[in-house]
Unconditional design. Structure first.
Length: 655
């Protein structure tokens, strides 16, 4: 029989952020080549990018534990887990997803399998603690999915092993012949349907991890990992969810979504929190597998279930690039509760396609007009009032390659170079006065709130730094000041003669412990002078704008949105013209109390460009001498080792 078109979709592996913590926003993706529509490249066809998920006939999804390692080896010390212990722990992680009342996904461990290593596509959903010699992540969840609509017929051998994989003896996916392989019922299956999923956990002696269970086993050893934390993440991939950018739920909660792709193995509080699903994880599992959407079968209501539409509505809109005038692929749209300040859910923008070479499986981009069909996004959220924002998938905190094919397409075309901003209704345009202004969006259960369209703002980022090489400073004391000089000449060169808008100051911030947030005593934009001896005198008493108790973002550029962009811009222009302003200074101050929060008790950190040991070999530019630090707020000393990664965001308004 003819083999059905399939593609291996590798869920991005979970990575340990050892000694530090590096916003599910949708589905893992494959392509759909149904119809063999020719693309602009000769010999190629169009591959529409689609999400992957299990067909309703495959639920409950059945897994088997690889029993060839008993007890499970441990690279750190003596073996800790037997296969039965691991199996019980993994079922607890599966139940995190099974127990969502608004999602009908169900995954079960039904038995064992004995393989020398992970087989891959064999119609057995395998859970294994045996990994290849080249495997370096904590765990991964590779899936195999259709890349074209396919009609399966009785007796068909899908995986090519000589054993039939389709049986009319069953109405649901099941092991009908007792050999451990799953047989699918005959019928039509859409592109993106998952056929096989395996999950592997790294226990290699050379670079593996010690998997533990229970609070008592949590520790700060970075090679020691909570099994339930890792498994709950991987099982999100197992039923199709992509990674999320949410690594900080609110200004007071540094914990992230379970589907955030990094785990801080040195922070027990963070590991403990990520065992349980966040609101983003629950929303997307429910959106993809909505409970109460059928009268029979897995989506039919059972005891304890709640219809998806009783609790959730949907925010949707389009995202456009204000400078390029293109729909954006790979913008992360997020919804923040106006009542709690928490990020509730997020979703990635863009409907995309590629040019697919059927001869070798290659996927190619052509131009934005072909590859990016629209900038549509969706965010499933419960009843509430929300602020909707967008940020770029730009590597901080997560690169496009760890999110989706759609995000990679947007990145390849240079679209993911915009600053974070919020939906502000009728003021959405390429030149905005207040991109940080957030218009309230009300969402009711069972309704779709459409037309929440965003346009990125055209602006100038004055960056007196290059690529981030380090973060620091771990030895700083409470109340320490950091400042970056922006000479008046730099600002005067920006569209001279036109009104200036001062939008925001961006601070590249990070924390060492993922469960904490980068809290600072204050952030400000102010003025000052550089003295003949190289020190700086900075006016901390009369800033242009100040925010006390400023909370940054972990491993990202944190926006300090200025409240009066037009007035502050005018003051800057007038002050430079009169000579009253020689320099602007971007200032960040550490909290004034100690000890700092977190297991490490270290201060919040900031991004640094430079390397004092290798001033040219490990850097992309010179040390500019525009960065200053002060312990007392009186004398600011120039730092000749690093460029602090603070940025001033401006735009001009043509008259």
């Amino acid at each position: 029989m003819t083999r059905k078109p399939i593609a291996i979709v590798l869920a991005v592996a979970l990575v340990a952020a050892q000694g530090g913590a590096l916003r599910a926003g949708g589905l893992l993706e494959t392509i759909d080549i149904t119809g063999n529509v020719p693309s602009p490249i000769a010999g190629h066809i169009i591959g529409r990018v689609v999400g992957i998920k299990w067909d309703v006939r495959s639920i409950p999804v059945q897994y088997r534990m690889n029993s060839t390692l008993d007890p499970i080896p441990n690279p750190v010390d003596a073996p800790l887990l037997t296969v039965p212990q691991a199996s019980a722990a993994l079922q607890r992680s599966l139940n995190q997803w099974n127990d969502i009342p608004t999602s009908f996904i169900e995954m079960r461990i039904v038995g064992t399998v004995a393989n020398a290593g992970l087989v891959g596509f064999d119609m057995v959903n395998e859970l294994s603690f045996r990994t290849a010699a080249t495997f370096g992540a904590i765990a991964s969840s590779p899936s195999v999915a259709l890349i074209a609509d396919a009609t399966f017929v009785h007796g068909e051998d899908i995986d090519g092993d000589g054993d039939p994989d389709v049986s009319s003896a069953t109405a649901v996916t099941a092991d009908t012949d007792g050999d451990g392989d799953l047989e699918f019922p005959p019928g039509l299956y859409k592109a993106g349907t998952i056929l096989d999923n395996d999950v592997q956990f790294n226990t290699k002696v050379s670079n593996g991890f010690r998997f533990t269970v229970g609070d008592a086993a949590l520790d700060t050893n970075t090679r020691s990992v909570d099994l339930n934390t890792v498994a709950t993440h991987e099982f999100g991939h197992s039923h199709g969810l992509s990674h999320s950018l949410e690594n900080q739920k609110s200004d007071t909660n540094g914990d992230g979504a379970t589907m955030f792709p990094f785990i801080d193995t040195g922070d027990p509080a963070s590991e403990r929190e990520q065992r349980s699903l966040g609101s983003d994880d629950i929303a997307w599992s429910s959106f993809v597998y909505p409970e109460g959407t059928a009268v029979k079968g897995p989506a039919a209501l059972k005891k304890g279930d709640i219809p998806f539409k009783w609790l959730y509505g949907v925010i949707e809109g389009n995202v456009r690039h204000g400078v390029r005038d293109q729909p954006i692929a790979g913008a992360n749209a997020f919804a923040v509760s106006k009542l709690t300040g928490r990020v509730v859910a997020s979703g990635f923008s863009g409907t995309t396609q590629v040019s697919y070479n059927p001869a070798n499986g290659g996927r190619f981009i052509v131009d934005p007009a072909f590859n990016i069909l629209d900038g549509k996004y969706r965010i499933p959220v419960p009843l509430g009032i929300y602020g909707v924002g967008i940020e770029a998938v730009d590597g901080q905190p997560v690169p496009a390659g760890s999110i989706s094919l759609t995000a990679q397409i947007g990145s390849a075309f240079g679209q993911l170079n915009f600053n974070e901003e919020f939906y502000n209704r009728t003021r959405e345009e390429a030149i905005e006065v207040r991109p940080g202004e957030s218009w309230p969006v009300t969402v009711l259960p069972g309704w779709t709130r459409s037309g929440i369209d965003l346009v990125t703002t055209e602006s100038f980022n004055l960056n007196n730094f290059g690529t981030r090489n380090f973060v620091g400073f771990t030895g700083a004391v409470p109340g320490h000041y950091y400042a970056v000089q922006v000479p008046a000449s730099q600002i005067a060169a920006i569209t001279p003669g036109e009104p200036l808008l001062a939008h925001s100051v961006l601070f590249n911030t990070r924390v060492l412990d993922a469960s904490t947030t980068p809290k600072f005593a204050e952030a400000m934009l102010t003025t000052g002078v550089v003295n003949p001896d190289g020190t700086a005198t900075i006016d901390l008493a009369h800033p242009l704008e100040r925010e006390t108790r400023f909370v940054g973002q972990d491993d990202d550029f944190s926006p300090f949105f200025l409240k009066r962009p037009r007035q502050t811009g005018e003051r800057i222009r007038d002050g430079i013209a009169s000579g009253a302003i020689q320099n602007l200074f971007l200032v960040l101050r550490l909290p004034t109390t100690s000890p700092f929060p977190g297991v490490s008790a270290l201060p919040p950190l900031m991004g640094l460009d430079g390397d004092p040991a290798l001033p040219t070999a490990n850097d992309d530019g010179p040390i500019l001498g525009l960065s200053f630090a002060s312990a007392d707020g009186t004398t600011f000393t120039r730092d000749t080792r690093f460029n602090f990664m603070f940025s001033l965001v401006l735009s001009s308004v043509p008259e």
